[in-house]
Design a protein around this ligand. Sequence first.
Ligand code: ADP
Ligand code: 5GP
Length: 205
Amino acid sequence: MQKGAILVLSGPSGAGKSTIINAASEQIGEYYFSISTTTRKPRTGEENGRDYFFVTKDAFEEDIKAGNFLEYAQVHGNYYGTSLKPVREALERGKLVIFDIDVQGHRLVRAKMNDITTSAFITPPSLDALEQRLRARCTDDEAVIVNRINNAKDEITAVGEYDFTIINDTVELAAKQFVIVAKAARLKQSTEDEEKFVTQWLANN
Ligand code: ADP
Ligand code: 5GP
């Protein structure tokens, strides 16, 4: 049976993570996209339960207390978190679980589930290109864009913590690279599986 695996994608807001996942979705086989919970307001076109679970700060803090998050962080002044239960269920069903989370979230997932985790940092070719894309997306006002650009200057310094870097110059090429990374993520063996394999390999002589 195929084993579950985790693929963490990070990168500045506006890097093209959603665009690349959508462009590659038919070529990466069955996967489960982890829908995060957030206290930020929905953007035009975003749907509760599809893009995020949009909740109040109080509700989010209740979930923290109840231990419902695999990881959570404050990004751009809002809470964002990954619920543990659906992720655990998808892993048990052998799915590739894809996270779109920030660099703090990546560190927390590594600390808890390092041996089944592969990660990729996605970024436009330059800060200038990021700014142009955020403006072209037309979903955020000026103050939000400035905040996201400032955050991106910090986030890019964490690129070395990731297994792969995908530079999103053209969507076509970035999606091709993403397919390769997703296939590699599925091949990653947990420490437990490696130990079992060695035991069986030695026994069959
Ligand atoms: P993220 O999910 O990382 O926040 P999006 O996928 O929403 O980013 O992309 C941000 C904006 O940039 C969107 O308007 C998208 O259409 C555009 N975009 C994504 N990739 C490219 C690209 N390679 N070239 C030009 N524009 C792009
Ligand atoms: P946006 O507001 O543009 O949707 O997301 C802002 C940032 O929050 C992005 O860097 C995104 O990857 C990150 N993010 C989204 N969901 C989560 C989550 O569940 N946990 C963490 N740690 N970061 C998240």
